[in-house]
Design a protein around this ligand. Structure first.
Ligand code: ADP
Length: 317
C-alpha cells in the first residue's frame, strides 16, 4: 500500500447555517505524524470543521478526505481509524475510570478479556490515571476527566486523534497534564486539536492552522509562521568589539539585519536572518571568524506566537 502522507485534506469545504456562513471555502492539509493546533477565537468555526470532518454534519459545499476517504460517503470507515474527544465529554458519574474504559473498549474489540484488560491498563497508564482507575468519575478534576476522555478516544489505537478544545476549560495544572499526555501520544498517532489558547499551540504543536470568522488565515509549521510574519532572530552575547563582525555578516544575502547593543559591559548582537537552515549551519562560524571576539551566549530568540496571531486576526478582521 502506498503510504498516505496527508491525513486530512479539504477542498473549499464550506458550511452555512441558514444565511450565516460558519465556514468559508476551507482548504486544509494535515500531514501524518504531526500535532496540529487548530487555532481561532470562539465562534471562528473550529467545532463546525471538526463535525464536518467526522461526518456529524454535512457540508454546504466543497469536500474533504481523511486517509484518502471521503468525509461524507465513507465516514463509517473513517471513524474506525479516528479517535474523537468532544468539547465537554459526559461520563456516567457513578462509574469508575476502568469501567468507562471497559465499556468503550468493548465497542472495538471482540478479543479475549485478558487482552482487553491489558489494553485498558496500558491506556490508563499512558494518560496517568492508572492510580485512579477504580475511583468513580464523580470525584475527578477537570484535567482528569479530559485525560480519561483522551484515553477513551485512544483505546482503539486510532491513526488520527481529533480533540475539540481538550485543555480550554482547565486550570494551569490540568492544562499542563493534558498537554503532556498529547506529547506522549505524538509517537503513536497524528493529533488534530482545536483551541483558542495560543500558549497550548506553542507548547505542543508542530503545525498550526489559524481560523477567523470561518476563514483560513494561515497554516504551516509554527516555525514557518513565526519567520514569515516576524523574521527570525538570533541573539549573541559577546565580549570585544563587534563592529567588524557586524560588517562581515551584513555582506551575506541570507542575513537581513545585524544590530548591536550594550548591556552590563557586554555586547549584545541581534541578527535577523532570512534562512534558518543556513543560519544554523553558518552563523556562529561567521561570527567567530573574527578571532578577537568571544561568544558568551548564542540563542535563537523565541518569539511569541501571540503577536503573530493577533496581527493575523486583526489584519483579517
Ligand atoms: P468555534 O468552535 O470556533 O468556537 P463554531 O464552529 O462552534 O466555532 O461556530 C462557528 C459559528 O457558527 C458561530 O458563529 C456559531 O454561533 C455558528 N453555529 C455553530 N453551530 C451552529 C448551528 N447548529 N446553527 C447555527 N449556527 C451555528
Amino acid at each position: 500500500m502506498v503510504p498516505v502522507q496527508s491525513v486530512i485534506q479539504t477542498q473549499n469545504l464550506s458550511k452555512n447555517y441558514g444565511n450565516f456562513q460558519a465556514l468559508k471555502s476551507l482548504n486544509l492539509n494535515v500531514p501524518a505524524n504531526s500535532i496540529v493546533g487548530f487555532l481561532g477565537p470562539n465562534g471562528a468555526g473550529k467545532s463546525t470543521t471538526i463535525k464536518l470532518l467526522l461526518g456529524l454534519t454535512k457540508p454546504t459545499a466543497g469536500s474533504g478526505t481523511i486517509f484518502g476517504m471521503d468525509i461524507v460517503n465513507e465516514n463509517q470507515d473513517i471513524r474506525r481509524r479516528v479517535g474523537y474527544l468532544a468539547q465537554n465529554p459526559n461520563f456516567y458519574e457513578h462509574m469508575t475510570a476502568r469501567q468507562i474504559m471497559d465499556f468503550t473498549a468493548r465497542f472495538f474489540f471482540r478479543g479475549p478479556d485478558n487482552l482487553i484488560r491489558a489494553r485498558i491498563d496500558k491506556t490508563l497508564k499512558l494518560v496517568g490515571l492508572d492510580d485512579k482507575a477504580d475511583r468513580p468519575v464523580r470525584g475527578f478534576s477537570g484535567g482528569e476527566r479530559q485525560r480519561l476522555g483522551i484515553a477513551q478516544a485512544q483505546v482503539n489505537y486510532p491513526d488520527l486523534l481529533i480533540l475539540d478544545e481538550p485543555a480550554a476549560a482547565l486550570d494551569p495544572q490540568g492544562r499542563r497534564d493534558v498537554l503532556e499526555v498529547m506529547e506522549k501520544l505524538r509517537k503513536h498517532t497524528t493529533i488534530f486539536f482545536s483551541t483558542h489558547i495560543l500558549d497550548d499551540v506553542q507548547r505542543v504543536s508542530d503545525r498550526v492552522i489559524i481560523l477567523n470568522h470561518g476563514e483560513l488565515i494561515a497554516q504551516g509549521s509554527v516555525e514557518e509562521l513565526l519567520s514569515a510574519s516576524l523574521g527570525l532572530n538570533y541573539r549573541l552575547v559577546l565580549k570585544g568589539d563587534a563592529s567588524r563582525a557586524q560588517k562581515h555578516l551584513q555582506s551575506f544575502a541570507w542575513i537581513q539585519d545585524v544590530m548591536i547593543g550594550h548591556q552590563n559591559g557586554k555586547t549584545i548582537m541581534t541578527i535577523v536572518v532570512k534562512d534558518v537552515d543556513l543560519a544554523e549551519r553558518a552563523l556562529l562560524r561567521e561570527v567567530l571568524s573574527d578571532e578577537n571576539l568571544i561568544v558568551l551566549e548564542f540563542s535563537r530568540n523565541k518569539q511569541n506566537l501571540e503577536e503573530v496571531f493577533l496581527s493575523l486576526v486583526e489584519g483579517a478582521a
